[in-house]
Write a protein that binds this ligand. Sequence first.
Ligand code: GDP
Ligand code: MG
Length: 736
Amino acid sequence: MLCNRSTSHGIKRILRHVSQIRWNHGSSLPEPYIRNIGILAHIDGGKTTTTERMLFYSGKTNVLGEVHHGNTVTDFLVQERERGITICSAAVSFDWRDYRINLLDTPGHIDFTMEVEQSLAAVDGTVVILDGSAGVEAQTVTVWSQADRHKLPRLVFINKMDKDNADFHGCLQDLEKKLGIVPVPLQLPLIEHGKLAGVIDILTGTQVVWDKQSNGRTYKSVPLSEKRELDVRNSLLEIIDILSGIDDDLAQSIIDSDSMENIDPELVLRAIRKCTLKQQIVPVLVGSAYKNIGIQLLMDAVLKLLPAPNERNEVFNCFGTDFVGKVFKVTHDKQRGPLSLIRVFRGSLKKGSKIVTDKGTSETVQRMYAPWADEYREISSISAGNIGLCAGLKSTVTGDLVVVNVSVLRNALKKLNKDNASSEDSDDEVLATKLSFQTVVPDAVYFCSIEPPSSAYQVALDNALKEIQREDPSLRITYDETTMQTVLGGMGKLHLEIIKSRILSEYKIDVDLGPLQIAYKESLEESCRDSWTAEKEIAGNRQLVRMELTIQGNKCDERFRLDNSPEAQENLKLIRPKQMSFVKKGAFAALERGPKLGGQLMDASIILHQLTIGKGTADTFIMAAAAQCVRHVLSMAKCRLMEPIMLLEIVMPSEYLNAIQADLNRRRCTILDVTSRGQFHKVLRVNAPLAELEDYSSEVRCISSGTASVAMEPNGYALLNEMDEASAVRRAHGLE
Ligand code: GDP
Ligand code: MG
């Protein structure tokens, strides 16, 4: 994948001609003619290659980019083109038949999971791509469950069917077994002389072949040969059989016509669509993006089988026709400043309008652009169901809900709350639970210090980091008082390396990163209780907070609760809810840093027994006092370190199994299972401590002479034994 490249990026960009003849994004296309889709896969499945074909066939580009030439539209960061991978989700739009498709190409590497999560909140359906020779891989399972969380209807595209070891039926079995879904193949690979020659369309009973000369731009359908006809007929009957067990309308027409033989294909298609939207089945298509086979039919399936914006998102009905949208990504452009990608759910957003976020910030949209990877074309409005970029929003961040004024939001939330009779939820809770507006920032698993080349660059570096963090909330930035260094927390080694190289290429600061450290968590061995008094005079006002609390280490539904004994209740009922919310805030903040290595406390919960707040004490003082109290209790508690564990899936030719297992045994691993893939490969699934995996990917390639591949994803935390803990502490203090 990482290939030599002789031409510079600049020249390649000039070579790319963008056709904008049919471009008319500013006009408001009706929602039934819009499809917002995410494209998901295990790394290297072929997302970028497929996207590139879609742009080419839709007439949006007239040069076909390739990942290994570093000239694709969606991998536009220098780092992406150099490494041949997608780091940021890119949004592109194109027209196909009379529809507009807004497509988000998402990063495949686990270090960038958060980007995928944000994109999924902005789309209505997804295309999941499989590598036909690998089937359902580790990360396919991860992105699948992410799409489940967002309740997104899906299509599967089995790509790379041109490869010798591609296995269509194996992929279908994998989908059933590993994802527990009902795959409904709408196509079969057309194999001639042992090679992929095209696609058989089961519903129309035709075979489709693509013209090589035009890079697959033209294609034709021809009737099937007699030999194939019978097989394909049987496949159709199988589809009808599956659907009739799920869709009552189709079952009824079979009963009415007394057979499955004469069912109108339109009726079958309608049943497929209905069942896909309800996520009861997953239609499966096949092809080869690289060999330009099957892409137009995949785009047709997106129009026919995935939902239009107005077929989902009913929860936003409470906004009526008022504008409401979600900021699902912020990127930074040197000339245009921060650019926020917004998905509009209701109403429309016009250039120059004022917007307000759910956090209360208010800003003006200065300019708007149509989504087109890193090239920009101005538009004047974004209509309901559409996606666009807004310039001029300096404090709006990824995950924000945006409306035109506070009262629109307040009225909508009131309506939502009324629909739910039992509810007395706060606005924040309604936003999180009903509108799913709560950005979950994944835990950092690695951190390292970052230093500018000289202190003259410190301010510029702080700004650069702030800008990058707005784009990428999974980057954590803290300041370590003891070492007086800025510390970055990230999702992996690649994540932090990319940040470093972006700071150099985009901000021209050549920073130094300290050694990578594992982000341990801490766990309380037993409950601990004590009291604390904070007292101070600030500007002539006496501030006083006295409290007593217990910190528990075991998992508990409530992270913060009040002691329910009568005497505690007598005392605590005097505290105003607003003051209590500051106590919680301070206490939770202190739980973020454990006493051992400053790692976050896992599963810790607090019981408040006593609280006295002096008259006139400021809320911020209450918050600080609560944090001090928690820190004080923690300083007496017995804590243990917990280390991040990764789930590894290693695919290798069978002859390397022993060598790879022997190496894993030296890394404190637990082998979960060993299965076969095809005749010649084995798949090992292993739980391994992150601390043992530095450079594991290259190690495994070395052991297997480059034939094995490894995928990893975070899989929780585990307690370290005392010896390993002592050595982790020494290492963290630079003593080992
Ligand atoms: P992504 O990581 O999902 O974006 O995957 P890419 O589009 O970057 O593709 C990964 C690699 O697989 C690249 O080298 C592609 O050229 C190659 N590839 C993509 N589609 C196909 C295909 O249909 N057949 C074959 N043989 N290779 C493909
Ligand atoms: Mg890619």
